[in-house]
Design a protein around this ligand. Structure first.
Ligand SMILES: [Zn+2]
Length: 262
């Protein structure tokens, strides 16, 4: 089987210089599928220029975009999302980031656009890619208030097994990445073995989340190293961790992944 990076930003300008080499290296390591995260309308356009065999688009309004965009522009972007979403495999990134937007005004607007995007995803029957930072209680409440039963991933997950279980109950997977390769993240590292293996997907979040810090460009094939870290913490075989994640991602996002060999 070949493997899938469940969340990366291949259309990010930081990838422009070495994109082809980065993709070649990833494919040589067995990573042949890439689900891109979408952040704003400019990014959606760039994704169209990058998408090719095995590279999948998701469109969404990232909470940082929601915080930093004037209301009229944001409303227009939301309308565009309605029509453009048909070309994407999922809606994301959407969510709540109370670390970047801690004020009550910022939280309120984030909740509004989170809810509106969830409604769009539900109407279009698309999976979601959630970005939730320091806002899990509110995110879970909003998801439950909308009747639960979404599908998709909680990207960059670093919480406890109980928190993972709460998302699982709503139909979501937890997407785990380079937190396992960095220092800290003790809760996740301690509790990983208690999160059901079928609930976990793997991601790089490249070019972000390089284990050695922000100035370095992260790459999608790092999911192989993330899987090895899962093995160290849980005893689950690395190939099985990668296979299981890729299988879940194919089902969740309806990927046709033409390079698969199984
Ligand atoms: Zn991302």
């Amino acid at each position: 089987m070949t493997w899938i990076d469940g969340h990366c930003h291949l259309a990010d300008r930081r990838m422009d210089r070495d994109r082809q080499e980065i993709l070649t290296t990833a494919r040589l390591r067995g990573v042949t599928g890439f689900v891109m995260g979408g952040v704003d309308p400019d990014d959606w356009s760039r994704q169209r220029t990058v998408a090719e065999c095995g590279i999948y688009m998701t469109f969404g309004l990232h909470p940082w975009t929601v915080i930093n965009t004037e209301p009229a522009k944001l409303q227009k972007a939301l309308e565009q999302l309605h029509t453009k979403l048909k070309d994407a495999v999922g809606l994301g990134e959407l969510g709540l980031d109370y670390l970047r937007g801690p004020t009550s005004t910022s939280r309120a607007i984030q909740r509004t656009y989170f809810t509106r995007q969830l409604e769009i995803a539900r109407d279009a029957d698309k999976p979601v890619v959630l970005h939730i930072v320091k806002a899990h209680d509110d995110a879970l409440k909003l998801l439950r208030d909308m009747g639960g039963r979404f599908h998709g991933i909680v990207h960059g997950f670093s919480g406890s097994a109980d928190l993972a279980g709460a998302y699982l109950k709503l139909g979501l997977h937890v997407s785990i990445g380079c937190a396992l390769l960095k220092s800290g993240y003790k809760v996740l590292k301690r509790e990983l073995k208690h999160i059901p293996e079928t609930a976990i997907t793997l991601e790089s979040d490249a070019p972000d989340m390089h284990p050695s810090g922000r100035t370095n460009i992260n790459r999608p094939d790092i999911i192989v190293d993330v899987a090895k870290a899962v093995t160290d913490l849980t005893g689950r075989p690395t190939a099985k961790v990668l296979d299981q994640s890729s299988k879940a991602l194919r089902i969740l996002f309806g990927l046709d992944d033409p390079i698969r060999s199984d």
